[in-house]
Design a protein around this ligand. Structure first.
Ligand code: FES
Length: 174
């Protein structure tokens, strides 16, 4: 049975390519456990659209036979899902207590000053989004930050933060 009919009318339908990617993920699980693909489906939507809107959550919920709130709980639990559009480089600075005790807050402040934005904001050129993060599992390396949910940067002194931002900016201008 097609699940597209459950999609709210105001929402653009998922593309055939997106549905094909969903189906590939769902096929990895037993037929009665397709909800296990929810994280993969969220990641696919984010790759394609840059963020996960409540409309997208509703579409994924319909596809997987889940309650939209159950999908929303997954989106909001994990830092890696963007609930609104982000800059090209998403910087997640860990400010949990162990990192706070080792300059995590100072690193965040330094980036706010350097980028001219506050935590949660995106630079006007669309390059950087600055966010706080929960523990990244590298407390001994504090201050730490994660770039685009993948590249971990450790022992981020002010000068290393400056180098990181400057190198990302200069890569963009080439
Ligand atoms: S508290 Fe920051 S990495 Fe663990």
């Amino acid at each position: 049975m097609s699940t597209e009919s459950k999609t709210p009318a105001a929402t653009a339908p998922l593309s055939a390519a997106t549905l094909a990617r969903f189906a590939k993920e769902v096929a990895k699980y037993p037929a009665d456990q397709k909800q296990s693909a929810v994280m993969a489906c969220l990641a696919i939507v984010q790759q394609e659209l840059g963020s996960v809107s409540t409309d997208s959550e509703a579409q994924i919920a319909a596809y997987l036979g889940m309650a939209p709130m159950a999908v929303h709980e997954v989106t909001t639990f994990y830092n890696m899902y963007n609930q609104k559009p982000c800059g090209k480089y998403k910087l997640n600075v860990c400010t949990n207590l162990p990192c706070q005790l080792r300059d995590g807050g100072k690193a965040l402040k330094h980036l706010e000053t350097k980028l001219g934005i506050h935590m949660g904001q995106t630079t006007p050129d669309g390059l950087f989004t600055l966010q706080q993060s929960e523990c990244l599992g590298a407390c001994a390396d504090s201050p730490v930050l994660l770039v685009n949910d993948r590249a971990m940067c450790s022992f981020m002194t002010d000068s290393k933060l400056d180098q990181l931002i400057d190198s990302l900016k200069s890569a963009e201008s080439k």
